[in-house]
Design a protein around this ligand. Structure first.
Ligand SMILES: NC(=O)c1ccc[n+]([C@@H]2O[C@H](COP(=O)([O-])OP(=O)(O)OC[C@H]3O[C@@H](n4cnc5c(N)ncnc54)[C@H](O)[C@@H]3O)[C@@H](O)[C@H]2O)c1
Length: 329
């Protein structure tokens, strides 16, 4: 049995195409999950596991995840655990999922206490990223995908960073010719890091640039209106600030902030530091010794820093959240 996991709007957009692609499969069972981040709950995972059992799922069944990073993370997690693990095929339909989430095997669901706090590494057998899918993507989703591409480029691929810098407006407008090489380069950068470090023991941790505060903001927001990519953009700004107070990133920071501003990242809504700090204290990147921050030394050079005390983070965060960004033009 092939279990096609997706949300109603995405099945409306792409269901027929995927069904046609799966025509050779013995049986296709479609499992509809909530759209967006609200798919990533324990309740949805339980509902999908139970439905898979009822509809004849076995060890050699397969899961096809059709959607953005949310469906991909949920379906990948369900596949990783169902009958101790069945194969998953990722069909990413957002830019963010194409450049980042579908590659590398991280899967997870959220708990109210902390984002992605239950999950597994479960690599997809295949990733099928069709750039035609991006044509229907709203600009806000393009922006979020570009943030993940910027994150990757700034620490791993200086050439890709310059390309995004050059083409930011075209990319944000969804220009297919401009987007294609960015998707290809970002996938290549991510795949090469993941191949060397599949379970994030070392260099792969650089891909968490911007994610410590980003996830804290999303958790404090209750996975409401704040998009993942936008949260990461603000997380990158905060990581730059922590780096600058150590004397790093002075050349990179203005370039990175300029690209983020050109991508029209919306200002952060007013948020109290307390719940954000609480969420960061539960961040899965933390060890019992403390939290690992990814900071940027310079373009193409990231650094994992584990000796930043909570008092420093609290003071820096309070100032950061008080400041308007982007400032007056
Ligand atoms: N596993 C990883 O390595 C990894 C990496 C980065 C992010 N993530 C996760 O990915 C999630 C965010 O994913 P996302 O940004 O793709 O958002 P998303 O999956 O929540 O999708 C956002 C919205 O876009 C819509 N959409 C998807 N494809 C579309 C298309 N082609 N046309 C029109 N609308 C479309 C969806 O229906 C949804 O409403 C977060 O939960 C984040 O934690 C995971």
């Amino acid at each position: 049995v092939v279990f096609l996991v997706s949300s109603q709007p995405l099945l409306g957009l792409f269901g027929e195409r995927v069904q046609a692609g799966l025509a050779g499969a013995r049986a296709i069972e479609t499992l509809v999950v909530p759209d967006g981040e609200s798919a990533k709950t324990p309740e949805t995972a339980i509902a999908v596991w139970r439905e898979m059992l009822r509809r004849g799922g076995k060890r050699d069944s397969r899961v096809v995840a059709l959607g953005g990073g949310s469906v991909g993370d949920l379906a990948g997690f369900v596949a990783s655990t169902f009958l101790r693990g069945v194969a998953v095929l990722q069909v990413p339909t957002t830019l963010l999922a194409q450049v980042d989430a579908s590659v590398g095997g991280k899967t997870a669901i959220d708990l109210p206490e902390a984002k992605n706090s239950v999950g597994a590494f479960h690599h997809p057998d295949w990733v099928l990223a069709d750039s035609d899918c991006l044509a229907s993507l709203p600009q806000a989703e393009l922006r979020c995908g570009l943030v993940e591409a910027v994150k990757m480029a700034s620490l791993l691929d200086a050439e890709l960073f310059s390309r995004i810098e050059r083409d930011a407006e075209l990319l944000l407008a969804g220009d297919a010719e401009a987007l294609r090489p960015v998707v290809v380069a970002a996938i290549a950068a991510k795949a090469s890091v993941v191949e060397d470090d599949p379970e994030e023991g070392g260099r792969r941790r650089l891909l968490n640039f911007g994610h410590t505060l980003g996830h804290g903001l999303e958790t404090a927001d209750g996975y409401g209106g704040l998009r993942h990519g936008d949260a990461v953009a603000h997380g990158i700004r905060f990581a730059l600030r922590l780096g600058q107070s150590r004397g790093w990133g002075h050349q990179l920071a203005p370039r990175l902030l300029d690209v983020l501003a050109r991508l029209a990242i919306p200002a952060l809504e007013r948020v109290a530091p307390g719940p954000v700090i609480d969420a960061m204290r539960r961040d899965k990147k933390g060890s019992e010794a403390g939290l690992a921050w990814v900071l940027a030394e310079e373009l193409g050079r990231g650094r994992i820093v584990t000796d930043i005390g909570w008092p420093e983070v609290e003071v820096a965060l309070a100032a950061f959240l008080d400041e308007a960004w982007p400032g007056p033009a």
